[in-house]
Design a protein around this ligand. Structure first.
Ligand SMILES: [Zn+2]
Length: 171
């Protein structure tokens, strides 16, 4: 059996049976993810549990872990990025069912016989990538003392709307 066949599963059957799947995928095999990162060495490990919750929702839950390198948008050097994604997906057949998925689940429409776990893992990883990657302060080679002081006063996340405002101004 080819690797792809092993990764194409019927998620509804696995959910009914309460099964688990562990996958180890080379980052280089994930073409879409590879195109978004600087290095595609290393492996991704996914541990996924299938089941049916008390509301009757067929779900896939678990973790996807690995490490890639991305470009720091401040100093333009490579930076390691640890990927640690919690998966909580509700598998459904139709758009209508997807709209009714309760909070805490991300709907995944499976309109064919099988679902590629490979694609699911890759989609989750791509969604987890930061829009703008930056080294932590103190590590980034281009952080000036004044900038480090400024950022240390606001340790929270950057306001995404500030980025949007910059983009609008740049037009
Ligand atoms: Zn940097």
């Amino acid at each position: 059996m080819s690797k792809d066949k092993q990764r194409a599963i019927d998620p509804f059957v696995l959910a009914e049976r309460g099964q688990s799947r562990c996958l180890r995928i080379q980052v280089s095999e994930l073409k879409r993810l590879s195109s978004l990162v600087r290095h595609s060495q290393g492996a991704i490990e996914a541990n996924l549990k299938f089941g049916v919750d008390e509301q009757g929702i067929r779900y896939i839950a678990g973790t996807i872990k690995g490490e890639v390198a991305v470009q720091c948008q401040r100093c333009m050097e490579d930076m390691p990025l640890v990927l640690d994604v919690d998966v909580s997906v509700a598998i459904v057949r139709t758009d209508e069912q997807a709209n009714r998925v309760p909070e805490g689940y991300e709907p995944c429409i499976v309109d064919r016989e099988t679902l590629s776990l490979f694609d699911l893992v890759e989609d989750e990883l791509i969604l987890s990538l930061p829009d703008i990657a930056k080294h932590p302060e103190g590590v980034c080679s281009s952080v000036l003392p004044s900038e480090a002081e400024l950022t240390s006063q606001s340790p929270g996340r950057e306001n995404p709307f500030a980025v949007l405002a910059d983009l609008k101004l740049a037009k």
